[in-house]
Write a protein that binds this ligand. Structure first.
Ligand SMILES: Cc1cc2nc3c(=O)[nH]c(=O)nc-3n(C[C@H](O)[C@H](O)[C@H](O)COP(=O)(O)OP(=O)(O)OC[C@H]3O[C@@H](n4cnc5c(N)ncnc54)[C@H](O)[C@@H]3O)c2cc1C
Length: 494
């Protein structure tokens, strides 16, 4: 039997948030930090495979070694297999590179004690280096790890250019900087991207891989955390599976950063969740916390086909500009999905319509106690008439804009009679173990990300968001990890 290991802090999951958390916490050389990641890890920046940094592709297709999948029901009768990053850098290592901040109004739903927009803005700023010359403004950083840049107007893909032109001619305001607070009121603009010279810069690349030489930091890959260990209600470590062997590591502080699908699954396997469901699976109850896995939110997406007649550029990022109109975000993807993702069957070139403030609330439940069996995920998209109407109006607006776009080829939006039959998801799942007031029976965390009812356990990832922001979550995930670590009393070294 191997000696039992100990670390001052164990971070479970080396994705977008976990990479930030482990990097910031290990700035103190007196604190030992162990990062456990289910997928493969790398010893330094130079070891990261080209497929993970090529920002013109999303390495999430069938057979990808960088993702885990789960089966999900988007709405009754509409099932999908969904991929999330399962590699150092997590979903942020395989995503589209869109790096737009949440709007100031999004934070009205967050605990105002420590998460108002004014309180989080310095952490957006701290996380980034805006390389488009926005760095001197009060909204932008010039020294943070994440690079942020926009595709210059003269380098835009023809569909992007035609779409932006069409939106402006239709009266939508043009924004140079979609990360500025005034862009929240809607309009069209270039998407801030965490892409530099064609490289998708994940949090692992930006924060973690440059500092893996620290003596007090250990990053261990191919390690799946099965459950948490408790003495009474105090966390004392984790149980994990390494090369098929169950092992344990001791710690007084465990931070769950396994993402919005797997963080609730680890909690549920550890007896933190609905007590009746735990008992039904033979799990002994640690804390009856009915909100774990319940009430998550995401952005439904419907796609509108477009025949552009343009030669697709092989190197454009997936998205260069978007339009915010009411509650929808319209996304003129630069290429067909089968050109962006290896292994997909050929499909039409599409424009996406994302519903960014959806009333739909989903649930995640264990199918078994096996840590390698993905949980059951039900989205309950478009149940409300308001959501269906907003989507139909978004599809209609998209068709109008495409019809008046000055494209070189034919523009077509054949669609179907019912656009809702083309339902998909934006893969922005959030708020599956949310922060909230103690009076809210489905809140799981206090405003410092501590799991209620136990000691020594925190959740720092997109699960903790009170609700998905009305923009893609990645920039907010990085800000969130920065702010959450600061709330632990750890300010980053300057
Ligand atoms: C294909 C795709 C494209 C996307 N595109 C965009 C985009 O362009 N812009 C945007 O804003 N958002 C995008 N998103 C969403 C965004 O990337 C995620 O919301 C964000 O990365 C989530 O960060 P996280 O830290 O919560 O989780 P993740 O980054 O998913 O990290 C979780 C990590 O935990 C590990 N893990 C899970 N279970 C265990 C376990 N039991 N033990 C140990 N480790 C475990 C996983 O392997 C993973 O590395 C996209 C998501 C996907 C999947």
């Amino acid at each position: 039997m191997k000696p039992i290991e100990f670390a001052d802090v164990v971070v479970v999951g080396g994705g977008s948030c976990g990479s930030v958390v482990a990097a910031r916490l290990s700035e103190n050389p007196d604190r030992s930090v162990l990062l456990l990641e289910a997928g493969p890890t790398f010893s330094g920046v130079a070891d990261v495979p080209a497929a993970l940094v090529d920002a013109s592709m999303l390495p999430v297709g069938p057979g990808s070694e960088w993702v885990g999948t789960y089966g999900a029901e988007l709405a009754p009768g509409i099932g999908r297999t969904i991929a999330r990053g399962r590699v150092l850098g997590g979903s942020g290592a395989v995503n589209g590179g869109y790096f737009v901040r949440a709007t100031p109004g999004d934070f009205d739903a967050w605990p105002q004690s420590v998460w108002s927009f004014d309180q989080v803005l310095p952490y957006y700023v701290r996380s980034e280096t805006d390389i488009d010359g926005c760095g001197s403004s009060q909204w932008h950083g010039s020294r943070g790890p994440m690079p942020v840049a926009r595709t210059p107007e003269n380098a835009r893909h023809p569909l992007t250019a035609a779409f932006v032109d069409s939106a402006v001619r239709a009266g939508f305001r043009m924004y140079e900087d979609m990360n500025a607070p005034d862009a929240a009121s809607g309009g069209v603009g270039a998407v801030p991207l965490n892409i530099r010279n064609g490289t998708r810069v994940s949090a692992a690349l930006a924060y973690l891989l440059p500092i893996t030489g620290r003596n007090n930091l250990r990053v261990q890959g191919n390690t799946t955390v099965a459950s948490l260990m408790f003495k009474g209600t105090r966390v004392i470590g984790v149980e994990m599976i390494v090369d098929g062997v169950r092992r344990i590591v001791r710690s007084d502080t465990v931070i769950l950063s396994a993402g919005a699908v797997h963080t609730p699954a680890v909690l549920l396997r550890s007896g933190i969740g609905c007590a009746d469901d735990a008992v039904a699976l033979g799990i002994s109850v640690t804390v009856d916390s009915p909100g774990v896995g319940h009430g998550f939110s995401d952005h439904p997406e419907i796609t509108v086909p477009v025949a552009t007649g343009n030669d697709p550029s092989a190197t454009s990022p997936a998205l260069e500009a978007v339009l915010h109109a009411g509650d929808v975000e319209i996304r003129p993807y630069t290429r067909r999905f089968d050109q962006l993702i290896h292994g997909l069957p050929r499909g039409p070139h599409v424009v996406g319509v994302g519903l960014m403030r959806s009333a739909g609330r989903g649930s995640i439940a264990l199918r078994s106690t096996d840590p390698f069996e993905a949980p059951e995920v039900r989205y309950r998209y478009l149940e409300s008439e308001g959501d269906r109407r907003a989507m139909r109006e978004g599809v209609e607006l998209t068709r109008e804009l495409l019809a008046s776009a000055r494209l070189s080829g034919e523009v077509a939006a054949p669609g179907t009679d019912d656009p809702l039959s083309a339902l998909g998801t934006s893969l922005h799942l959030s708020s599956s173990a949310k922060m909230g007031p103690e009076s809210d029976p489905v809140s799981v965390l206090d405003d410092h990300c501590r799991v209620r009812g136990v000691e020594g356990l925190l959740v720092i990832d997109t699960s903790a968001f009170p609700v998905v922001p009305s923009r893609g979550p990645h920039a907010t995930a990085i800000m969130f990890a920065e702010r959450a670590v600061a709330l632990m009393g750890v300010e980053p070294a300057e």
